[in-house]
Design a protein. Structure first.
Length: 302
């Protein structure tokens, strides 16, 4: 593969390189374990015709290490979060949540769970294309696992980012579609408050944090961090059995309900887009994310 490295960057993670393939901007990420590389290639191959996932270019070696090459996308969500002192507005959090449910639904439909939901793995728009700033993309499938060939309680070898990991993932137990939704709930708490869910004592050890996460009550976590608007969503997520398919449409409704209860009309407004632009210039695919909410048989919010 003819890859020209243009710069070393940490846009998405460490050990990534901005590069070009056939004059097209790409990102090459060094992969430390063969299983991670296999997972990335397998998942991206299954997602190749689905919008808002990276385009797989191929596999190459950079500085002697195997690297996966994808089309270059925009900046990580974490950089936008840092720009506003790590506290997004409620409308932005809900808009992110709705888009994430769509992305996770697509991933789950091809048979995989993500297993490493965090702001660094969520990308905002396309490279140097301001018209796509209302569209999120999901990356990094090295820790993804199939959800149809595991049993509850089975062990696994590693977990992703501890800050957003579910109790199962933290305890190195098999994860399911429910675990991705638990991680999404923890992500929402973090995006709204700037805090890491489960982090109580500034000087506690990582072991204490892991024990607290394994024993975590997700609903109590929402209340502890003044995110009571997430309680109904978290309760629905926790109601799913290990192999049960989440009700993605209902979960999107519950996200939107969070705004309606506070008399906020869902417009898909994001904190990094000037007010008014999101409703008039955001991509059609992003606006379509709200269309099916009118068809849910739930009582109207007064």
């Amino acid at each position: 593969m003819n890859i020209t490295v243009t710069e070393i960057t940490s846009i998405y993670s460490i050990n990534t390189f901005a590069c070009q393939h056939n004059s097209q901007p790409c990102i090459a990420k060094q992969v430390s374990k063969d299983i991670h590389l296999t997972n990335e290639v397998e998942v991206l191959g299954l997602l190749k015709n689905i919008p808002n996932f990276p385009r797989l270019v191929g596999v190459t070696k950079i500085l002697g290490k195997k690297s996966i090459v994808t089309g270059r996308l925009g900046e990580a969500l974490s950089s936008y979060h840092e720009d506003v002192d790590c506290m997004f507005s409620l409308e932005t959090c809900v808009t992110i949540g709705i888009q994430m449910i769509f992305l996770l639904e697509q991933l789950h439909e091809v048979g995989y769970v993500h297993g490493d939901i965090k702001p660094d793995n969520i990308i905002v728009g396309d490279y140097l294309d301001g018209s796509t700033l209302a569209t999120l993309k999901l990356i990094d499938f090295g820790l993804s696992t199939r959800h149809d060939n595991v049993s509850e309680g089975m062990s696994r070898n590693e977990t992703g980012n501890s800050a957003m990991a579910s109790p199962n993932a933290t305890a190195l137990r098999a994860i399911c579609r429910r675990d991705d939704m638990i991680s999404l709930t923890l992500l929402m708490i973090h995006l709204y408050t700037g805090h890491i869910p489960g982090d109580r004592e500034q000087d506690e050890s990582s072991w204490d944090f892991m024990l607290r996460r394994i024993e975590m009550d997700l609903v109590d976590e929402c209340r502890y961090f003044y995110c009571s608007f997430l309680v109904e969503f978290a309760t629905e997520v926790l109601s799913y059995q290990f192999h049960e398919k989440p009700n993605y449409t209902k979960l999107r409704f519950l996200m939107t309900k969070m705004l309606l209860q506070k008399d906020i009309i869902p417009r898909g407004q994001l904190d990094w887009i000037p007010f008014g632009v999101a409703t008039s210039e955001m991509s059609e695919s992003s606006l379509r994310r709200f269309e099916d909410l009118d068809n849910i048989e739930e009582p109207r919010i007064n």
